[in-house]
Design a protein around this ligand. Structure first.
Ligand code: PGA
Ligand code: ZN
Length: 422
């Protein structure tokens, strides 16, 4: 039984304010959770409530959301059974009453949704992944590690937002992370050799100025080989975040100042997959370009992940499944705002034969819930940044501990998760 709920304003990995909540149960168990925040935010995401008070944090303060945690939300969930997640979440949704959680804020609601689950797991003395996923949860996800940043996550001249390595050929999560770290450092060496800066972007990847996006892919392939691996063992993935480029039915790549029609952008993406070992493309097109997504999905037989397109929302995912747009969903807990709805989206994807990638945001905290969610849901894929920067490595390190705890029962997802592998 929930006896108290407490919210507070903390800061995230970009130094921006965000919401943290603590939920205390009658037996004394306490669950704590904090909420991440995006930069290339999809326009269809649930509402992140900010104070808009220019005198604090340049208007980005979250004291209103914290006020809702301590007020309205505390009042309605107090006395509820924290282990009845759907009831807790539904009560908050009802109190909000809007489609996009604009009244209480998805940041306020998610903090309590997660903290209640954590408190319930504590009270039952079981690890969070097992609380959420049951005794059979045992699949360790393939990490998609973002080692080169562009787009809105870096102030360089690269248009594609994320260049990731995917160690599908590793035999365990531990080995996958080791390989990722080795490639990351091999890339650092290559950059230094060329006299390029090794400062990093929001998600911990390097953010150099390069000739173009192709050169970024080429350098990563070189880094994989320099670290002694093959591109069969470690594939590539990109997040174009193309919604950021879209206006008036056209794509304008802001940094190379190039304008492309949908067909031309599809052609460009196909060309990239011909030249480089790309296993997965996220948001290759805009969240408003449904017909383009259909064509892309017909023409490119690799994993095509909808992030801004689906925003972890079952209504948008249902539409996508119906129209055969994409074949995979990016799952971000704060895009939708409750654990219950997050798992509904994962279930819907699985039923339709879509893959699901559990994801961080570019603004993160030390909260590691998504690592446990990935194992609990058994989706076999997680994207949580470079193998560097503590807000990113906290999730990877949590997965190391889960793998160790599962021991012989642990299975690394490996190649099998990439259903659309070439
Ligand atoms: P965001 O970026 O958290 O800034 O939205 C991550 C992504 O686009 O996948
Ligand atoms: Zn994305």
């Amino acid at each position: 039984e929930i006896i108290s709920v407490r919210g507070r304003e903390i800061i995230d990995s970009r130094g921006e304010p965000t919401v943290e909540a603590e939920v205390e149960l009658a037996g004394g168990a306490v669950g704590r959770a904090s909420v991440p925040s995006g930069a290339s935010t999809g326009i269809f995401e649930a509402h992140e409530l900010r104070d808009e008070d220019a005198l604090r944090f340049h208007g980005h303060g979250v004291l209103k959301a914290v006020g809702h945690v301590n007020g309205t939300i505390a009042d309605i969930v107090r006395g509820m059974d924290a282990s009845r997640q759907a009831d807790v979440d539904r009560a908050m949704l009802a109190a909000d009453g809007t489609e996009n959680k604009t009244v209480l804020g998805a940041n306020a609601i998610l903090a309590v949704s997660l903290a209640a689950a954590r408190a319930a797991a504590r009270a039952m003395h079981i690890p969070f992944y097992r609380y959420l996923g049951g005794t059979m949860a045992h699949i360790l996800p393939v990490p998609m590690m973002n080692i080169l940043n562009g787009g809105k996550h870096a102030s360089n001249n690269i248009d594609i937002q994320e260049f990731m390595i995917v160690p599908v050929g590793a035999h365990s999560f531990r080995e996958a992370l080791q390989w990722g770290s080795e490639v990351y450092h091999a890339l650092g060496v290559l950059l230094r050799k060329r006299g390029l800066p090794t400062a990093v972007g929001d998600e911990g990847g390097f953010a150099p100025d390069l000739r173009n996006d192709e050169e970024a892919l080429q350098m990563i392939v070189e880094a994989i080989e320099a670290s002694g691996r093959t591109t069969d063992e470690i594939g590539l993935a990109v997040d174009a975040a193309a919604s950021e480029w879209y206006a008036d039915g056209q794509y304008t790549l802001p940094k190379r100042k190039q304008r492309l029609k949908t067909d031309e952008l599809i052609g460009y993406l196909k060309e990239l997959t011909r030249r480089f070992p790309i296993l997965s493309i996220e948001d290759g097109l805009s969240d408003r370009d449904w017909s383009g997504w259909k064509t892309l999905t017909q023409e490119l037989p690799i994993q095509l992940v909808g992030d801004d397109l689906f925003v972890t929302n079952t209504r948008r995912l249902r539409k996508g499944i119906g129209e055969r747009a994409g074949n995979s969903i990016l799952v971000k807990i704060n895009q939708i705002g409750t654990l219950t709805e997050t798992f509904e989206a994962i279930d819907m994807a699985r039923d339709a034969g879509y893959t699901a990638v559990i994801s961080h945001r570019s603004g993160e905290t030390e909260d590691t819930s998504i690592a446990d969610i990935a194992v609990a849901a058994g989706t076999g894929q997680i994207k949580t940044g470079a193998p560097a920067r503590t807000e990113r490595t906290a999730k990877y390190n949590r997965l190391l501990r889960i793998e160790e705890e599962l021991g012989e029962a642990a299975v690394y997802a490996g190649k099998s998760v990439m259903w659309y592998r070439k």
